[in-house]
Design a protein around this ligand. Structure first.
Ligand SMILES: Cc1ncc(COP(=O)(O)O)c(C=O)c1O
Length: 331
């Protein structure tokens, strides 16, 4: 029994077979009508498949997203000219769904910093997936998790602190890790996304300082979770959810390298007031940013400053080199 007949009752099966064995005029008419219907449907089918044959793979994918992905996730130009649909990637190159090759200057948000489809990364991933894909997160640890946390500490926190001295004084000593106290090592929280990492940092700062306030920068993007969103400056992300937010962030202007000289003189004694007046044409100097932060320190309970080393979604804003050392000093 084929797909078309298996749901038919014996009577309908009989009727349909009768259609193909005409015995009188009426049956002939039915036959002609049936053939025309069949021909019409067949032509329609051909027309649809011809039309869909004209569709590029890119258009097909974008159409699926328009139909099935929640709004406000992938930005799609109405004429389909953006985004390009990625099909595959290798080293520094990406191919789109039409087979066109591009040079990837983004390293895919840095995820492909070691190159797209780097064979060593792929092999390591395959080997691990074959061995142990999941260890229930915070329940059952595995060796690689502990070793990765140690490496992250070594290349960051320990380079800047007393731990570096311990290692320098005990080069190559196997048990030197035992010489490190817990206070001398950096600690890691493994997260699934950028906003989660930001929120982990915000929580850590609150626990350490006992203060709820956070200083963030105009133009900042820190993600869209309900914690990180407080410190994301863009109104169209934050506005619709404002009533549900803790609103603990205070924004100060982000100084840009090479543009500070545009501001020749202060127009107000209160830099915060100037910012509230939205003088966006005047790029703030590092000194004014420091003024703003010092004032907030006096007025609010500030437990953290959250900053992007380079603002990206805010428009590729590069701060003067002195900004990060200044923030470190203020903290
Ligand atoms: C600086 C910065 N912080 C946080 C995020 C949020 O990351 P995610 O989208 O993975 O939550 C982004 C994402 O673009 C980002 O650029």
């Amino acid at each position: 029994m084929n797909e078309n007949t298996k749901h038919q009752t014996p009577n309908t099966r009989k009727a349909s077979s009768a259609k193909h064995q005409p015995r009188n005029d009426a049956a002939d008419g039915t036959l002609v009508f049936g053939i025309w219907c069949f021909f019409g449907v067949w032509c329609l089918g051909l027309g649809v498949s011809a039309a869909s044959g004209l569709k590029t793979r890119t258009q097909h994918v974008l159409d699926l997203l328009r139909l099935y992905e929640s709004r406000n996730v992938t930005f799609i130009e109405p004429d389909g000219s953006w985004p390009m649909v990625w099909d595959r990637a290798r080293d520094a190159h990406v191919w789109d769904a039409e087979g066109k090759k591009y040079l990837d200057l983004t390293a895919a948000f840095g995820v492909a910093a070691a190159g797209h489809a780097n064979p060593r990364v792929v092999k390591a991933g395959q080997r691990q997936m074959n061995k142990l894909l999941h260890a229930m997160g915070d329940v059952h640890p595995h060796a690689l998790k502990a070793e990765l946390a140690r490496e992250l500490s070594r290349i960051t926190f320990e380079r800047w602190t007393v731990a570096a001295d311990v290692r320098r004084r005990n080069p190559g000593r196997k048990g030197s890790v035992r010489l490190l106290t817990s206070a001398a090592t950096g600690k890691t929280i493994f997260c699934n996304s950028g906003f989660e990492a930001v929120e982990a940092a915000l929580k850590t700062a609150t626990l350490a300082s006992g203060k709820r306030g956070v200083i963030a920068f105009e133009g900042a993007y820190h993600g869209l979770g309900y914690g990180a969103l407080n410190a994301t400056h863009r109104e169209h992300f934050r506005g619709p959810f404002r009533s549900q937010l803790g609103q603990f962030a205070h924004f100060v202007p982000f100084p840009e390298a090479g543009q500070a000289s545009r501001l020749t003189q202060k127009t107000s004694d209160d830099p915060l007031k100037e910012i509230q007046e939205d003088r966006r044409d005047a790029c703030p100097t590092r000194e004014r940013v420091e003024d703003c932060i010092q004032r907030l320190f006096r007025r609010e309970q500030i437990g953290a400053i959250l900053v992007e080393a380079i603002q990206v979604r805010g428009g590729i804003n590069i701060p003067p080199p002195a900004l990060l050392p200044l923030l470190r000093r203020l903290c």
